[in-house]
Each structure stands twice: as structure tokens, then as C-alpha cells.
Design a protein around this ligand. Structure first.
Ligand SMILES: Cc1cc2nc3c(=O)[nH]c(=O)nc-3n(C[C@H](O)[C@H](O)[C@H](O)COP(=O)(O)OP(=O)(O)OC[C@H]3O[C@@H](n4cnc5c(N)ncnc54)[C@H](O)[C@@H]3O)c2cc1C
Length: 440
């Protein structure tokens, strides 16, 4: 049996690991347009071994309501077990596993009320610099166990009828295909969905800004919850907002590139040498009821670009910060939030209000902040899959996983990959039993 995995991201790598750990005797090929962890430059945030997860902050959220859909396919108990496996993998290849820390808030603190609610869930924090080392150990394990990698190879098409994965100078045939192209491959997923008329479920818009300020203003909340998720809901307006992916201590803003446009995200390093005492997080807004949300978000992102990059605003003229490599974050400075209003209309007022409310609960904050625009979660329409193995309804040997399906984070993406690998192992076991029976 030949398993081909498109995308060496978190989902694909966890799938391969599950197969290898279980002595899978077939062939495993992983194709990725990026580089292996030894050659991958830090500037390549989205592509290569462990994908976006490999150069991320490494916050491993541990709750079924965070990071996209998992329990809807697997049930609650199985979802937690799968997430355990992913977290265990990150610890297993970690040079210092004891440094992976868990933050687990159990109560909403009074000082955030009545302006915000706080999502309560555990999160394990790995840190970007350790992720690089984890990536190397993990990659070596897979290579030593016979997994074949094709690097710098962009898959350009897949023939679901002939079971072929095609790239510029060749192709691979597959028995089982795991499609885990993440956010950097979102346009490719969309192309396949259109070409094969895959039934999909529409998704809401998630757009906003990446907020950045000195950490001291937020310390009393960080002490309770490292990756704090403050939220506000305006049910009657179909709008909700939340802080998203908080980075602290050695926190850096990262530029993401999707469809040739820039948007922002963040990561944090563990090594004290990188400490900058900054905090950054997304303020993401979910807006329901928008016609063609995917096209709407793309248009909004375009409106926030100047000279090929995103924009930055600070009321106190803070300058954009530097990346961990010592260069200024790529952005164009603007003098107001007007462009945000142009891009997302009056919805921008919710973001301004969110910031005003933060100023109330963190009294030292004042105007000591800046925002990088936009931050966006492109939730492309989710392909409808068989809940038993995440395969397309009409193609039982094609499995969608990770951000290409319905995930939005490391643990859920890895768990989906693991779940698919388990289903392939089951099929393989049944095949062997059949072979044994026919031999007898
Ligand atoms: C800066 C940053 C910080 C983040 N921080 C966190 C965090 O702290 N916690 C968290 O839970 N989540 C975080 N995320 C999100 C998380 O990284 C993703 O949800 C997760 O990596 C998705 O896993 P995946 O396997 O689906 O895709 P990815 O990990 O994105 O991997 C997809 C892979 O597919 C490859 N690919 C794409 N298209 C093709 C093609 N056509 N041909 C060949 N290869 C292709 C890419 O090169 C890439 O390596 C962060 C993301 C970013 C960008």
C-alpha cells in the first residue's frame, strides 16, 4: 500500500508518525513545497517540515472547543485522546521536554467583568526556538524509519479518478491520499473543490488585527492564563470578537503570505536571549450572515495592503517592532484606523471598542499599543467528509486533514492526521486478515 501525504505540516507529520509507530509496512511519501528542518529559513513561516506549526509559537491547546473541529467527527473522548497523542509527540522529540509548560486557568477573574468573558482551557507552550529542534529530531525519526520526503515540490494537481498526485517534474500514484496543505495551500484546496464539485459547508468570516503592546500592561491576566482568550459577543448583531493566539515574554509579530497578500500572526520564543517583554495577540472578529464570506475576506485583506504589504497603526506613534532576526516587521505605517473601516465597514467599530474596553480593565495600557492589519483566518468552505476517516464523501481513499479541512491550530490538525492514520491502519489490518483467510 502506498500512502501519499501532500503537505509535511503538523497534520501530515502526525499521520506519518502514527503509521511508523505502528509498524506500517507500506510505503509512505510526503511531498512539500518547502524545505526540511535543517535547511528551512526562519523567514519561511508557512512552508516546510511541520508547516506553519513548525515555525509557530507552539501553543498546544487542549480543549475540543478551541482550534477548529475535531470532536464533531470523533466524539469528545476520542478527540481528547488524539490530542494527547499529538502533545506527547511534541514532548517526545523535544530536547528538553520538562520545559514544556502548561497554563490552565480555572476561573474568570473579576477584573475583566463586565467587559469581557475569558475562555477557560489548558494550553501547553513549546516556544518557537524549541520547535526548530523538535522538527529536526522528528524528521530524523521519520527518515530513519523509511518515510520518503520530496522537498521543494509543489503539487499542482491531483487526479482523484486515476489516484495520481502531480507536480512539475513528475507524479506519484497512491492507494491512500492524505491532503494536508494547510493555510499556504488553501487556494489549491479550493481549486480541487471546484474542479471535482466537492460538496462543502460554508464558513463565517474571521478577520481583525494583530494587537501589540508592552507585556507589563497585561501581566495580571497573563499570570492567570498565558494564552488568554478574552471574548465579547453581540448575538443580535451576529458578531463576536476574541483575542487569539497570545504571545508573551519573547513575543514577535510574524508576516503571513496568502494569495500574495500579507496578513499578521505572532509567535514567542522560549530562550531568554530573545526576551523583549512584549505581548501580541489577534483581535479576531467573526461576522455571520455575510454573503460569500471567503471572497469578502479576500477583498478586505487586499484593501489593507499598501505597496505589497500590510499596515500598522499606533495612536501613540509606537514604531513597529522587530522580528527575532532583528529586522523591522514588514508593514506600512498609517495615521488612523480609516483603512480598517474601508476594508470591513462599520464592523471596525467593534475592534475599536474592544481596545477601549481593554484600556478600562488594564488601566496602564492607555495608548501604548499598535495594531498590524489585517489578521485573517481564511476559512475556506469545509469539504464534507466521512466522520469515520475524514475521507471525501465520494472518494473513500482521499482524506482531508488540518487547516485544509476544519482545523485552526496545531493540536487539532495533528489529531486529525493521527485519526486518519488510525483508520488506514485498521483497513490495512483487515486487508491482511483477508489475505490470511484466502491463503488458508
Ligand atoms: C506564525 C504562526 C503562529 C501560529 N501559532 C500557533 C500556535 O501557537 N498554536 C496553534 O495551535 N496554532 C498556531 N498556528 C496555526 C497552526 O500552525 C496551523 O493551524 C497548523 O500548522 C495547521 O497544520 P496543517 O498540517 O493543516 O498545515 P501546515 O502546518 O500549514 O502545513 C501545510 C504544509 O503543506 C505544504 N503545502 C501547501 N500547499 C502545497 C502544495 N501545493 N504542494 C506541496 N506542499 C504544499 C506547505 O509547504 C506546508 O508545509 C500558527 C500559525 C502561524 C502562521
Amino acid at each position: 500500500m502506498h500512502v501519499v501525504i501532500v503537505g509535511a505540516g503538523v497534520a501530515g507529520v502526525n499521520a506519518a508518525t502514527k503509521l511508523v509507530d505502528n509498524n506500517f509496512k507500506g510505503k509512505i511519501t510526503i511531498i512539500d513545497m518547502g524545505l526540511d528542518p535543517y535547511r528551512r529559513p526562519t523567514s519561511d513561516v508557512m512552508r516546510g517540515f511541520l508547516g506553519a506549526g513548525g515555525w509557530s509559537d507552539g501553543k498546544l491547546t487542549y480543549h475540543t472547543s478551541i482550534g477548529g473541529h475535531l470532536s464533531k467527527y470523533t466524539g469528545e473522548e476520542k478527540a481528547m485522546e488524539l490530542m494527547d497523542q499529538v502533545i506527547e509527540n511534541f514532548k517526545r522529540f523535544h530536547p528538553k521536554p520538562e520545559e514544556v509548560q502548561c497554563s490552565n486557568p480555572i476561573d474568570e477573574p473579576d477584573f475583566i467583568k463586565p467587559h469581557f468573558g475569558l475562555r477557560l482551557f489548558p494550553v501547553w507552550h513549546v516556544g518557537t526556538d524549541y520547535l526548530h529542534e523538535i522538527g529536526k529530531n522528528w524528521y530524523d525519526y521519520l527518515v530513519e524509519n523509511g518515510v520518503e520526503f520530496k522537498w521543494e515540490t509543489k503539487v499542482t494537481n491531483i487526479d482523484f479518478d486515476k489516484n495520481l498526485v502531480m507536480y512539475d517534474d513528475g507524479w506519484e500514484d497512491y492507494d491512500e491520499l492524505i491532503f494536508g496543505v494547510g493555510k499556504s495551500g488553501i487556494d489549491f484546496g479550493k481549486q480541487l473543490a471546484e474542479e471535482y464539485e466537492l460538496p462543502t459547508e460554508p464558513k463565517s468570516v474571521q478577520i481583525g488585527v494583530r494587537f501589540e503592546a508592552p507585556q507589563k500592561h497585561f501581566q495580571k491576566l497573563i499570570d492567570i492564563s498565558y494564552d488568554f482568550k478574552l471574548y465579547q459577543k453581540f448575538e443580535e448583531k451576529g458578531v463576536s470578537l476574541r483575542s487569539f493566539c497570545t504571545n508573551n515574554n519573547a513575543a514577535y509579530v510574524a508576516v503571513e503570505e496568502t494569495y500574495g497578500d500579507h496578513s499578521y500572526n505572532g509567535h514567542a520564543k522560549k530562550d531568554e536571549a530573545y526576551r523583549n517583554d512584549m505581548t501580541n495577540f489577534g483581535i479576531l472578529m467573526e461576522i455571520r450572515g455575510i454573503d460569500k464570506p471567503f471572497d469578502w475576506s479576500r477583498e478586505a485583506v487586499k484593501k489593507l495592503q499598501i505597496d505589497g504589504t500590510g499596515t500598522y497603526y499606533s495612536p501613540s506613534h509606537r514604531v513597529p517592532s522587530k522580528t527575532s532576526e532583528g529586522e523591522y516587521v514588514k508593514t506600512e505605517i498609517v495615521n488612523s484606523l480609516d483603512s480598517l473601516y474601508d476594508a470591513i465597514g462599520d464592523n471596525a467599530v467593534y475592534i475599536e471598542d474592544f481596545i477601549e474596553d481593554m484600556k478600562r480593565i488594564f488601566p496602564t495600557l492607555g495608548n501604548d499599543w499598535g495594531v498590524y492589519m489585517p489578521e485573517v483566518k481564511y476559512l475556506s468552505p469545509e469539504p464534507l467528509v466521512d466522520y469515520n476517516n475524514l475521507s471525501l464523501k465520494t472518494r473513500p481513499n482521499v482524506h482531508f486533514v488540518g487547516d485544509a479541512l476544519s482545523a485552526r491550530g496545531i493540536t487539532v490538525s495533528g489529531a486529525q492526521g493521527t485519526y486518519v492514520a488510525e483508520s488506514i491502519l485498521k483497513v490495512r489490518k483487515l486487508d491482511i486478515l483477508d489475505e490470511v483467510r484466502s491463503y488458508k
